[in-house]
Design a protein around this ligand. Structure first.
Ligand SMILES: CC(C)(COP(=O)(O)OP(=O)(O)OC[C@H]1O[C@@H](n2cnc3c(N)ncnc32)[C@H](O)[C@@H]1OP(=O)(O)O)[C@@H](O)C(=O)NCCC(=O)NCCS
Length: 229
């Protein structure tokens, strides 16, 4: 394992200054765990041991504002649990969280983008991640960052909760967002609302017969509509 590279990059988004750095600092790790517990841990908790492993493999990137944690992003080069399997040349974005006051200014995308560059520099060819279908903000952020939904599993972690599998090739030119196309099914996802059983069944069926997301667009302030075909 290599120690985190502590080079700090200063960025300004929407007039707010952040220092972005890889870290394995124990005090910051505690803040990351607290933020993770608040948003992601309630669905799939991370242990301090796992967080330490990620940080010591240069997989933890944080953004600080006035020395306080504003956001973090996790990148796995190797599996940290039995459910994960990475083919050669693959790495996994294991979660990006931004504190509420700093959302929608591009910070989540910035951190994930930096980790994408880091992965490419290490010879990684494909990034993948999983996300709950009801987490429309995260699905939209990843779609906007040129990830595509490549699969759907109704019980991915054995926790009775569905996950989209999303992936992105990071060798080729970025895949263009899907063009509107003839679609055979459409459904709406709303942040923080568990999709209905009908929606989950439809998603499972659509992906099992090889349908793909053809297009997506905001249905309202919060909800997104996916067209499958
Ligand atoms: C998902 C999350 C990381 C997004 O971070 P962020 O810094 O606000 O995202 P960005 O500003 O980079 O957003 C990029 C794009 O994603 C989409 N997006 C992000 N949040 C959205 C929301 N709440 N509603 C609709 N679209 C959203 C938009 O297309 C946005 O571009 P725009 O602002 O130009 O319209 C943040 O909402 C979060 O921390 N959520 C809780 C933790 C979590 O669920 N993490 C994901 C685990 S995989």
């Amino acid at each position: 394992m290599k120690a985190a590279n502590n080079t700090t990059t200063t960025i300004i988004l929407d007039g707010i200054t952040f220092s972005v750095q890889q870290t394995d600092d124990a005090e910051i790790l505690k803040q990351v765990k607290k933020l993770d517990d608040q948003y992601i841990g309630k669905h799939y908790p991370i242990t301090m041991k796992q967080l330490n492993t990620i940080a010591h493999s240069q997989g933890l990137l944080v953004a600080l504002h006035q020395n306080k944690l504003a956001a973090y992003s996790l990148l796995l080069f190797e599996p940290i649990s039995q459910q994960q399997h990475f083919a050669s040349g693959e790495a996994m974005l294991y979660g990006t969280t931004v504190t509420e006051e700093f959302r929608r200014i591009g910070l989540g995308s910035y951190l994930a983008g930096m980790q994408e560059t880091q992965a490419r520099n290490k010879g990684i060819k494909k990034l993948k991640l999983t996300v709950r279908p009801e987490n429309a903000a995260a699905v939209l952020m990843r779609l906007k960052n040129n990830f595509r939904i490549s699969g759907f599993q109704s019980n991915y972690f054995g926790d009775e909760s569905a996950r989209f599998i999303m992936e992105k090739s990071i060798v080729a030119l970025p895949e263009k967002p899907a063009k509107p196309a003839k679609h055979r099914a459409s459904l709406v996802l709303t942040p923080d609302q568990k999709p209905s059983q009908t929606t989950l069944t439809m998603l499972a069926m659509a992906f099992s017969v090889g349908m793909k997301v053809q297009a997506y667009y905001p249905e309202s302030e919060q909800a997104i509509r996916l067209l499958l075909g």
